[in-house]
Design a protein around this ligand. Structure first.
Ligand SMILES: Cc1ncc(COP(=O)(O)O)c(C=O)c1O
Length: 407
């Protein structure tokens, strides 16, 4: 089965006898045993639940992994992964990281005896590895600066030192990027974002490349208790069915918007890996089949940033990303408020930086909304966005970017 078919059928038929097309929500805490010493394969929902298993099977298939584990949030997945390590272990992590991940490492993992080095490129990763390094952890593209790391090179450096490579694939999803195929050992997602896709639930998922790692992570999840509830598993599973079509459209809109933003006087810099001006454009082209639907950009000053955030009408000023509704975020006070100031400023996360998650609205309405917000009620200041190719009413359909495209 090809990628978009596996989004819909990748977990097999519903495990009941009714023929239900939609996997039932097994809203049960526990399961009856047929006899002493026997099990149906389902004992207790903290460990296994059929609705959750369907989502996990689909994710293992889509990420080319051996097994997947769904969690109550992306942070629950990350916190459980951190428990794979022991006091004294050293991790090399992306210099730019989602603020919550930074907080986990700095406030919780450090207290538990882990130490960290920060690195932005595969070369810096290789240089930061020490004999104590147990893992390399990267986001790619990073949140919010959209830096891209060469996954195969990072895997090579990690494995040469006997360390694991963990990749947070939240921004691109397996539709555009499959890190395990490039050498990663664990892929982690905030499934709250594109996988569930509708800004209506929190979820996380970790996919492992081999069964031994799966055993360890599954036991840890059961011990720590972070497994995703049946109803949320069903929402994530339902979201997954439209992953390919949503991402194709959202990325096409984002590419058009990024190019349009780059041409605006009011915009200082645009960070989108699909722009030829992006320093990591070539790496992104090589290792991913699309550049996603997240854009960060910089405006002239704090006043302009605040005006945009308070004036947008269709785009909502809110945390999170990856859903049907476009969201604009102020990393400085929202997602990255806990990153130490010096580190934040060195990365470029300051009062002029805005992060845009492009949703499923018509890209021309999003451009009009941004234009009006940038102008502050003065009227149109910039050229209208040209119809993104994918919205065209006629003409041949462009080739698919993600999923099974050979790259
Ligand atoms: C890249 C990335 N990883 C992990 C997380 C944490 O996920 P959650 O909010 O589902 O706990 C986020 C949240 O924004 C994120 O952007």
């Amino acid at each position: 089965m090809r990628f978009s078919t596996r989004c819909i059928h990748g977990f097999g038929p519903a495990p009941d006898a009714t023929g239900a097309i939609s996997t039932p929500i097994y809203q049960t805490a526990t399961f009856a045993h047929p006899a002493v010493g026997q099990s149906t394969g389902f004992d207790y929902t903290r460990d296994v639940n059929p609705t959750r298993s369907a989502f996990e099977s689909a994710m293992a298939s889509l990420e080319s992994g051996a097994a997947a584990f769904a969690f109550t949030s992306g942070m629950a997945a990350l916190a459980t992964i951190a428990e794979l390590f022991a006091p004294g272990d050293h991790l090399v992590v992306s210099a730019d990281l989602y603020g919550g991940t930074h907080r986990l490492f700095a406030d919780v993992s450090a207290k538990n005896g882990l130490s960290f080095a920060r690195a932005a490129t595969a070369r810096e990763i290789a240089a930061a590895i020490t004999p104590r390094t147990a893992a390399v952890f990267v986001e790619t593209p990073t949140n919010p600066m959209m830096q891209v790391v060469d996954i195969a090179a990072a895997a090579g450096a990690a494995h040469a030192a006997g360390a694991k490579l963990i990749v947070d694939n939240t921004f691109l999803t397996p539709y555009f990027q499959r890190p395990i195929e490039l050498g990663a050992d664990i892929v982690v997602h905030s499934a709250t974002k594109y996988l569930a896709g509708h800004n209506d639930t929190l979820a996380g998922v970790a996919v492992v490349s081999d069964a031994v790692l799966g055993e360890r992570l599954g036991t840890l999840r059961c011990t720590l208790g972070g497994a995703l509830a049946p109803f949320d598993s069903w929402l994530a599973l339902r979201g997954l069915k439209t992953l390919a079509v949503r991402l194709e459209r959202q990325a096409a809109s984002a590419a058009a918007l990024a190019a349009w933003l780059e041409g605006l006087q009011a915009v200082r810099e645009v960070y989108y890996p699909g722009l030829a001006s992006h320093p990591d454009f070539a790496v992104s082209e090589r290792q991913a089949s699309g550049h996603g639907a997240m854009i960060s950009f910089r405006v002239a000053d704090r006043a302009t940033a605040h005006r945009v955030l308070s004036s947008v009408k269709i785009i909502q000023f809110a945390e999170s990303l990856g859903g049907t509704e476009s969201l604009i975020t102020y990393p400085l006070t929202q997602t990255h408020a806990d990153v130490p100031e010096a580190q934040r400023l060195a990365l470029g996360i300051d009062e002029t930086l805005l992060r845009l998650s492009v949703g499923l609205e018509d890209a021309r309405d999003l451009a009009d909304d941004l234009d009006a917000a940038l102008a502050g009620g003065v009227g149109r200041t910039s050229p209208a966005l040209k119809t993104p190719r994918r919205n065209a009413a006629s003409g041949p359909a462009p080739a698919l970017r993600g999923g099974d495209r050979a790259f």
